[in-house]
Design a protein around this ligand. Structure first.
Ligand code: HEM
Length: 455
């Protein structure tokens, strides 16, 4: 197709003010959902003057993330917003040469098989949490999101540093919540440089300092000859020992700091939200919960699961997949078109910011029947094969796919199975529905609160 015969991407000219900015700020998911209904699977809106193209079809998403993945980089507005926190770490790094080097060094520690060394951390920490629940909270309504948040942070940090982070965890989780809220607001509004001392910037800077201090203390302790893991290894050791095959050198200490922080940030709230939503949905769907109990009873017979049980926990895994569909924790990501491109007969101008919203994609009526229904059977092997692969991208796709995908899937499945063996989390009578809050991640607004009961 010649450049002149290409169609222009449908554009929202004026809609709720300035081409969509105000409506987007007020209700991001509602605004984008209405855009898709009215304009289809590709359209453009303006976020305070900046044109943003929304793509909501598996073919377009495969094009951007995989087929033409090298032409679409992370020099996009959302990554500029989070870069003051994540800096040169893998998540937001637009420098492809540095990213490639880092990913090459780190990828071997995150394969489906190598994450098995962290499985014990996942189940041990869950068992300890359950013992505390039994001692302190039996029969009570608990804040599941806060409880699971502490658990997720302990799991990732024990996997990183082999230490108990309980003491420092509170300050990290508070700082993370501040960063998540402040940055989500920045994404919707123009923001002056961080050196400008607005109250939000000062809060964000304090939050960054807290998270930096958290990571720096553990690294400093290890470098000063602090306790190293016995037998099994931890991620910090693996990263310190990683050497690039091209130049035979490892990563410098600043880069190591950024990668460790990226792992904490990437792992902590995504898994917390996924498990919170999982228990929220199970509490409202006893028929699914019953099938979960049947499976864990048959496979585990009351014992704590191990990594080797994962292939047998098929229904538990289907629940995890369905939760990640309905409440995709990393529900939006962006790319920038590095060059002019053609996508589905449309002209994609150079420098365009492209937005993928997996919350909406995972509800696309062409690929998901009754998309609001919680139905783990959608993820039976036969039904997975009936859909295009890119109708479902909770971990992204292509070369920037989540490096922690296998870690996360093991963690979600093992934690769910460990809790389901002997405990239930019930919906308290009259509890209102929990709404998703579209921050940088998809957070359950107000947290999920459920009643703890022993099975
Ligand atoms: C349910 C849990 C998780 C979800 C839904 C999730 C989702 C995602 C998504 C969608 C991306 C790609 C973003 C893009 O293409 O722009 C990503 C990247 C990333 N995630 Fe995760 N993630 C999860 C857990 C984890 C865990 C457990 C870790 C670390 C142990 C982690 C570390 C990272 C890192 C470092 C990247 C950047 C990868 C790169 O660009 O090379 N994530 N994640």
């Amino acid at each position: 197709m010649t450049a002149t015969s290409l169609k222009e991407i449908p554009t929202i000219a004026r809609w709720g003010g300035t081409g969509g900015s105000l409506a987007f700020k007020k209700d991001q998911l509602g605004f984008l959902g209405r855009g898709i209904e009215r304009y289809g699977d590709i359209f453009r809106f303006r976020l305070l003057g900046l044109p943003i193209v929304v793509v909501n079809h598996p073919d377009y998403i495969r094009h951007i993330l995989v087929d033409q993945g090298e032409r679409y980089d992370k020099d996009a507005v959302i990554f500029k917003v989070v870069r003051p926190v994540l800096r040169k770490g893998l998540i937001a790094n637009p420098d492809m040469a540095l990213w490639r080097r880092q990913r090459r060094m780190m990828a071997p520690h995150f394969t489906p098989r190598t994450v098995n060394v962290f499985a014990r951390n996942m189940t041990d920490e869950t068992v300890q949490m359950l013992e505390r629940w039994d001692a302190d909270h039996e029969g009570e309504v608990i804040n599941v999101t806060a409880e699971i948040g502490g658990l997720a942070l302990r799991i990732v940090n024990r996997s990183l540093f082999s230490t108990d982070v309980s003491q420092a965890a509170g300050s990290f989780t508070q700082a993370f919540a501040v960063a998540n809220t402040v940055l989500a607001a920045f994404f919707k509004l123009p923001f002056p440089p961080l050196s400008f001392p607005t109250p939000s910037h000062l809060r964000l800077k304090r939050a960054i300092n807290t998270m930096d201090g958290f990571v720096a203390d553990f690294i400093a302790e290890r470098l000063a000859g602090g306790p190293r893991p016995e037998g099994d290894t931890d991620l910090l050791t693996l990263l310190l020992e990683s050497v690039d095959e091209d130049d035979g050198r490892g990563m410098d200490l600043e880069q190591l700091h950024h990668e460790v922080l990226n792992i904490c940030v990437g792992a902590y709230e995504t898994t917390t939200n996924a498990l919170s939503w999982a228990f929220y949905l199970l509490g409202r769907h006893p028929e699914v919960e019953e099938k979960l109990h049947t499976e864990v009873d048959q496979v585990l017979g009351g014992r704590v699961p191990t990594f080797d049980d994962l292939p047998k926990l098929t229904y538990t895994r289907m629940i995890v997949d369905e939760v990640l569909r309905i409440y995709s924790p990393a529900y939006q990501f962006m790319r920038r078109a590095g060059q002019e491109d053609e996508i589905g007969g449309y002209r994609m101008p150079k420098n365009t910011n492209v937005l993928v919203n997996s919350y909406l994609l995972h509800r696309h009526p062409d690929f998901w029947e009754a998309p609001e229904r919680f139905d783990p059977e959608r993820f039976s092997p036969e039904r997975i094969n009936e859909r295009p692969k890119h109708a479902y991208v909770p971990f992204g796709s292509g070369h920037r796919i989540c490096i922690g995908k296998h870690f996360a899937l093991a963690e979600l499945t093992l934690v769910l199975a460990t809790i389901a063996c002997g405990h239930r989390l019930l919906t308290p009578a009259g509890a209102p529905d929990v709404q998703p809050e579209a921050l940088i991640t998809l957070h359950p607004r107000g947290g999920v609160h459920l009643r703890l009961q022993r099975r």
